[in-house]
Design a protein around this ligand. Structure first.
Ligand code: B12
Length: 132
C-alpha cells in the first residue's frame, strides 16, 4: 500500500472562513496528499468519517468560537475505536493560552495564522506517515 497517497481528513471547530480551508485543502492536494475535505464539527462525526475514509491523519481548523474540549472528545473516541495512530494537527485562531492545553490533550502541532503553505507542507511531508 506504499504507493497510495497519504489521506488527510479536514474538519473544523467554529464557524465560517471556508475560503481559507479550501485554499489549505488545495495546497495539500497539490503537494500530493489525498484530502477529504469536510465541514464536520462534531467529534463523533469527525472520528466516524476518519474511520470510514481510512485516513492517516486528521487536520482541524480552529475558528473563532471553537470549543477546544472537542479535542479531548476526539482523542477519547479515537482510543475507543483503537485507532490512536491517527494523529491530529490543528491550525487557525486560538488563544495563545489554549495552545499548550490542546497539545496536552494530544494535538501534535498547532499552526497559527502567518504560517506559510510551504512550511505546512514541509512539516506534513516529514511528520505525517501512512498508518497501514
Ligand atoms: C477573509 C476574512 C474574512 C471573510 C471570510 C470569507 C470566507 N468565506 O472564508 C469574511 C469577510 C466573511 C470574514 C468575516 C469575519 N471575520 Co474575518 N478575516 C478574514 C481575513 C482577511 C483573512 C484570513 C482568513 O480567512 N483566515 C481564516 C483562517 C482559518 O486562515 P488562516 O489563519 O489564514 O490559516 C492559516 C493557519 O492558521 C494555518 N491553518 C489553518 N487551519 C489549519 C488546519 C491545519 C490542519 C493546519 C496544518 C494548518 C492550518 O494555515 C493557514 C496558512 O497559514 C482575516 C484577516 C487576516 N489578515 O488574517 C480576518 C479575520 C480572520 N477575521 C476576523 C473576524 C473577527 C471576523 C468576524 C467575526 C467579523 C465580524 N465581526 O463579523 C467575521 C466572522 C466570520 C465567520 N466566523 O463566519 C478576525 C479574527 C480575530 C480572531 N482572532 O478571532 C481577523 C483576524 C481580522 C482581525 N484582525 O480582526 N472574515
Amino acid at each position: 500500500m506504499k504507493d497510495r497517497k497519504i489521506r488527510i481528513l479536514m474538519a473544523k471547530m467554529g464557524d465560517g472562513f471556508e475560503t481559507a480551508m479550501m485554499k489549505l485543502a488545495s495546497a495539500f492536494s497539490e503537494a500530493g496528499f489525498e484530502v477529504i475535505y469536510t465541514d464536520l464539527q462534531e467529534p463523533e462525526a469527525i472520528v466516524s468519517a476518519a474511520l470510514q475514509e481510512s485516513v492517516d491523519h486528521i487536520g482541524i481548523t480552529t475558528l473563532p468560537g471553537a470549543d477546544i474540549n472537542r479535542f479531548s472528545k476526539i482523542f477519547e473516541l479515537l482510543k475507543k475505536e483503537n485507532v490512536e495512530d491517527i494523529k491530529v494537527t490543528a491550525g487557525g485562531f486560538l488563544d495563545e493560552a489554549d495552545i499548550p492545553k490542546i497539545k496536552e490533550m494530544g494535538v501534535v502541532e498547532f499552526f497559527p495564522k502567518g504560517t506559510t503553505y510551504a512550511e505546512l507542507i514541509q512539516w506534513a511531508k516529514e511528520n505525517i506517515k501512512h498508518i497501514d
